[in-house]
Design a protein around this ligand. Structure first.
Ligand SMILES: Cc1cc2nc3c(=O)[nH]c(=O)nc-3n(C[C@H](O)[C@H](O)[C@H](O)COP(=O)(O)OP(=O)(O)OC[C@H]3O[C@@H](n4cnc5c(N)ncnc54)[C@H](O)[C@@H]3O)c2cc1C
Length: 347
């Protein structure tokens, strides 16, 4: 390829989504990945696309809602272009309701969801049924939202690679010759360290997360969120259990007793998982900007260089919208980045 219009550094969910969106808008694109596809936090196993609670509305929640509502179509296009399944499904989600106060709050949120979710998804209060795939609820009631979806992180990255390649994009692993033209740095935790260099305080940090996959088929069943645990049936016959949140860590990829505790909690919450074998234990480092929001925009003092980082705990949920904003900015010079997501918010 001659000099591409856009070089994207980093083949995690942010970089790949940006590359795919730019190709769809007619640009020539090269992705340069230092290690391998999904080498960072995008190479994991969790993949919840879960909404914020429908209250105290702000631009971050509105942005994420747009992403979630558009995700089904977006991922269908990726699959159709490249022929690889990202394992997306809008399965909905169940959450237990602890007591009368929580029940009243859940009803209030059901009302606000009617407006805020634009009639395109529901936040319902339903009675427990005693099904094996249901969290225990002290009140006998559950929240069932119909917005929550999931994809498999690795499958989603593979689907994007296939779509990018099918559309003529180039992906280079390892060393690549430097290019001129626009450069987007979607390099996750390493990128936060890099962009912090020479500043008086870091613009972000890495928060480790451990997760597990159990061998159990719940592919068509709703996600469960209980006691801080995400329990997600994937299309490959595994159930993901996530995740720890560790600010102090030394080894980015090791798993330990904290994950054993998580697995035990999941088995206690859903006894049908009691004998499901552990298929995988995994850990990664979530890139967290100082503002905790995605961190998007032109790299200060580096002409033609841009940063897309800070996916933190919801990078997969936000990636479609992040990609649209970044491509608006880099290709068209249009700034559609929400104020909370600007790099200035983390400097
Ligand atoms: C345990 C866990 C559970 C999670 N669960 C969810 C979830 O349920 N839902 C959700 O939405 N999100 C979840 N996340 C968060 C999500 O995984 C991240 O927000 C997202 O992966 C960040 O993607 P990224 O592309 O910015 O970074 P990364 O995936 O880290 O990608 C950065 C890439 O850049 C490469 N790179 C680094 N330096 C260079 C360089 N100089 N040149 C070229 N390439 C370079 C790296 O090798 C890497 O491949 C979870 C994260 C963890 C750890």
């Amino acid at each position: 390829m001659a000099t591409p219009d856009l070089t994207v550094h980093g083949a995690g969910i942010f970089g790949l989504s940006i590359a795919w969106t730019a190709l769809q808008r007619g640009a020539t694109v090269r992705v340069v990945e230092a290690a391998r596809i999904g080498a960072g936090s995008s190479g994991g196993i969790v993949g919840a696309l879960a909404p914020h609670v429908p209250e105290n509305w702000n631009s971050k929640k509105a942005f994420q809602l747009d992403c979630l509502l558009g995700a089904e179509n977006w991922w269908a296009q990726v699959q159709s272009a490249g022929g690889t399944d990202p394992m997306y499904a809008r399965t909905g989600r169940l959450q237990p309701i602890a007591d009368e106060a929580a029940l009243a709050l859940a009803h209030a949120r059901a009302d606000t969801a009617k407006t805020l979710w634009q009639g395109r998804a529901d936040w319902q209060i339903i009675p427990t049924t005693g099904s094996a795939w249901e969290p225990h609820s002290l009140s006998g009631w559950l929240i069932h939202d119909t917005l929550t979806a999931r994809l498999h992180p690795r499958a989603a990255c593979a689907a994007l690679v296939a779509a990018i390649t099918a559309k003529g994009g180039e992906i280079i692993l390892g060393d690549a010759p430097p290019t001129t033209g626009s450069q987007v740095w979607a390099t996750g935790y390493a990128g936060l360290l890099d962009a912090s260099h020479g500043r008086t305080r870091p613009i972000g940090t890495g928060v480790k997360g451990q997760a597990a996959a159990l061998q159990y088929n719940a592919a068509t069943l709703p996600q469960i969120f209980t006691d801080g645990l995400h329990i997600i049936g994937h299309g490959d016959g595994t159930v993901a259990i996530g995740s720890t949140s560790e600010r102090d860590w030394t080894d980015p990829t090791s798993t330990d007793a904290q994950l054993d505790t998580l697995i035990a909690k999941a088995r206690a919450a859903l006894p049908c998982l009691a004998t499901a074998p552990v298929a995988e234990r995994w850990a990664g480092i979530r890139p967290r900007s100082r503002s905790r929001a995605p961190m998007l925009g032109a790299w200060p003092d580096r002409p033609d260089h841009f940063i897309a980082n800070g996916g933190f705990k919801i990078g997969f949920g936000m990636a479609t919208g992040v990609a649209a904003c970044m491509v608006d900015l880099v290709l068209d010079g249009r700034d559609t980045i929400p104020d909370d997501f600007r790099i200035a918010a983390s400097i």
